[in-house]
Design a protein around this ligand. Structure first.
Ligand code: IVH
Length: 674
């Protein structure tokens, strides 16, 4: 490699970055894409290839940051320039009217005040700091004064601009712009995420807000990148180089800079209009794709806002009006136990159907037996059920004052309700599991996972069909899927000739599969998509994984001892190996991992010298190996890259003398972090 970089390459990278930022904004913020997803992916792949080839051109504001930078050891903290306040609450019309009276009194006016009214999104508050149009810090609210730095994580959120965009706006980019907003996960995204957590035998998130908070606080931004996070901007902190008259004006300007603003915000309404808006918002609430827990009203004029000022806790120019949690009482008819893919037994309450906020509710998950005990919920109990923001109804409490004495205490069965095998509880784990590998409930759930979108992606092979196929004895293993003939499929309920044909086609099509999807489909405990990808890129093929010395897995970022044990146990188990072989014998063809959005360091020879600040030497070595690179102890002509940390030794001189390319820690993180 030489130090001279063709200016055409520099230009090409610059153009790609600019275009990708623009298309990202058109797709995710403006909802008006100009190019197909495939074209966007192609451009992103090309950019990553070029950035890998020319690490010296790497940049922290590249769109490639969307796929997640290198993992951190811990979060830094940052002091907010302007304190992030919270809001006072109003719980009734009269409290809203009292707020309006206070505002008028402070402003010494009898005239109507104009307000902006906004949905109060139920997510996590963050601040994004832009310097000369570049996102330099993303942080959490923390205690209001100091937050945690989560810049790499927020960059993965598609609706967060990494570079400020200009739409129909000739205005100069403010030298410093701090914006504030709410990071949320839609209900749909939440459901998908929890399905995945459950498939991987992991603890579920209680609601979309917790899921958003947990996803933002990942030390590995590549995990955050896979979470369906979105952002809505609603305000600012410190700003220089921008004059604004009103809150509405501010929102319009922020929108023209490429920030996503909630489309349900209404401007310039009087207090009577605010109350009307509150009612309308309450009606719309469950029709929105994300949770909101009320309305925020803000005095629109910035001059008036300044005049009103703030208290230590909250501004005097804004107030939050919370919705009432929607709760109803009903009765627990029975508590049933479901058995999932990993064999975990989950109790589910069957309720007398009750309408809560326009939706009929007849089930509520009880998570686990500890939760039932903690809330002391008994079969036959009258219970308070709520849908406060969440889609999944929750039992708040049992109303013990109306107990008749005939209620029954629930105990977890000692035998699996589907196969009668004694259940077991792993030491230190709350979950109770059925350990019978041929349990029909487990087999059904495993096959459902195997055929699911992110695994074999067999279109048409869903829960209902799998239930029928297993019950009729046509399916008892993964491999059986590939031996299903059309006649058998046609003989099932609601299956015509055409749908049987379609299903056969999808099964045939699914036989070509990437290594990581294949691994994910096997349903190895704790192996989700992310871990499957790490394994696929580390081992490349099944044979290597069979022969693997799992000890070195422990050092791979993101893989702890529990996972290592689970993976090695899975592949040491003869039955599992037999199952995998059977699948392969059915003509399933695993192709090597595509380098989708993932640079490879195939065969590149690295020499490390000096101390790295953010990782140990063995972490760096591991990183290089995972991506297919090699390590050498000494610099020679065959060396491709020397990574220089603090106080590098004589290797640097030798590299210079031989004209070997040298990169620093930042450059190294860039080429290995994606
Ligand atoms: S304005 C100084 N607007 O509610 C006022 N906040 O208790 C700052 N929130 O921490 C907040 N939607 O996370 C504002 N449209 C909205 C909001 C909103 C949700 C959250 C925000 C804040 C909390 C206030």
């Amino acid at each position: 490699m030489s130090d001279f970089i063709d200016p055409d390459i520099v230009k090409k990278i610059e153009n790609l970055r600019q275009e990708l930022h623009r298309h990202n904004n058109r797709y995710y913020v403006m909802d008006a894409p100009e190019i197909s997803d495939a074209e966007y992916d192609r451009m992103m792949r090309l950019l990553i290839e070029l950035e890998t080839q020319y690490p010296e051109l790497s940049s922290s504001d590249s769109p490639s940051m969307r796929i997640g930078a290198f993992p951190l050891k811990k979060f830094d903290t940052v002091k907010h320039t302007v304190k992030m306040l919270s809001l006072d609450n109003a719980f009734s019309d009269s409290e809203i009217l009292a707020f309006d009276r206070r505002v008028k009194k402070e402003l010494m006016t009898d005239r109507e005040i104009l307000y902006t009214a906004e949905p109060k999104m139920d997510g996590v508050a963050v601040e994004l700091v832009y310097e000369d149009g570049k996102l330099v810090i993303g942080s959490t609210r923390g205690d209001g004064e100091t937050g945690e730095v989560i810049t790499s994580n927020v960059k993965t959120i598609r609706t967060v601009p990494i570079l400020i965009q200009h739409h129909g706006n000739e205005e100069k980019t403010p030298a410093r712009l701090e914006v504030r907003g709410e990071v949320v996960i839609s209900r749909e995204g939440f459901k998908r995420l929890n399905d995945e957590m459950s498939n991987n035998g992991l603890q579920l998130f209680a609601n979309p807000r917790n899921a958003a908070a947990g996803s933002l606080r990942q030390l590995d931004p590549r995990i955050t990148a896979k979470r369906p996070l979105e952002i809505f901007i609603y305000g600012i902190g410190d700003v220089s180089g921008m004059n604004i008259d009103s809150h509405w004006d501010l929102l319009c300007r922020l929108k023209s800079f490429g920030f996503r603003i909630n489309p349900h915000i209404t401007q310039k309404i009087t207090i009577a209009g605010v109350i009307k808006y509150f009612r309308e918002l309450e009606e719309k609430r469950y029709g929105l794709p994300y949770d909101i827990d009320g309305m925020v009203i803000k005095v629109d004029s910035i001059e008036s806002q300044v005049q009103l000022g703030t208290t230590a806790r909250s501004p005097r120019w804004a107030i939050a009006c919370k919705f009432k949690a929607i709760q109803e009482t009903t009765r627990v008819l029975k508590i049933e136990v479901q058995v999932g893919r990993t064999g975990t037994l989950t109790p589910v309450a069957h309720l007398e159907t009750v309408n809560i906020g326009g939706v009929n509710v007849n089930r509520a998950t009880l998570h686990n037996v500890d939760e039932i005990r903690r809330k002391d919920i008994r079969i036959g109990d009258t219970v308070l059920v709520q849908r406060a923001g969440d889609v999944i109804p929750e039992i708040v409490k049992a109303i013990d004052t109306v107990r008749t004495g005939r209620e029954k205490i629930f105990t977890m069965p000692a035998f699996c309700p589907f196969c009668n095998t004694p259940v077991e509880q792993d030491e230190g784990e709350a979950a109770i599991r059925c350990i019978n590998d041929t349990c029909p409930a487990k087999v059904k759930a495993q096959i459902e996972h195997f055929a699911s979108k992110r695994a074999f992606n067999i279109d048409g092979l869903g829960e209902k069909l799998i239930n029928q196929l297993v019950d009729r004895g046509y399916l008892s293993s993964f491999a059986d899927i590939f031996c299903l003939d059309k006649e058998k499929i046609e003989s099932l309920e609601n299956m015509g000739v055409k749908s049987a044909e379609n299903l056969s086609e999808s099964i045939e099509k699914s036989k070509k599969i990437s290594f990581s999807r294949f691994l994910y489909a096997l349903g190895i405990r704790h192996v989700g998509e992310h871990i499957a990808e790490i394994l696929a890129s580390k081992y490349g093929c099944l044979e290597n994984l069979y022969d693997a010395k799992y000890d070195d897995l422990k050092d791979v970022n993101g893989i702890g001892p529990v996972l290592t044990q689970s993976i090695s146990e899975f592949f040491m188990n003869k039955e599992n190996r037999k199952r995998v072989d059977q699948i392969l014998r059915c003509g399933v063809n695993i192709y090597p991992e595509e380098a989708i959005l993932k640079p490879t360091l195939d065969g590149k020879v690295f020499v490390l010298t000096g101390t790295l600040e953010t990782m140990t030497r063995s972490e760096a070595v591991q990183k290089i190996r995972i991506l297919g690179g090699r390590i050498s102890e000494s610099v020679s002509k065959k060396t491709d890259l020397v990574v220089a940390g603090q106080s590098p030794g004589s290797k640097i001189e030798r590299a210079r003398a031989l004209g070997v390319h040298i990169i620093d820690e930042e450059g190294f993180k860039k080429i290995t972090g994606a």
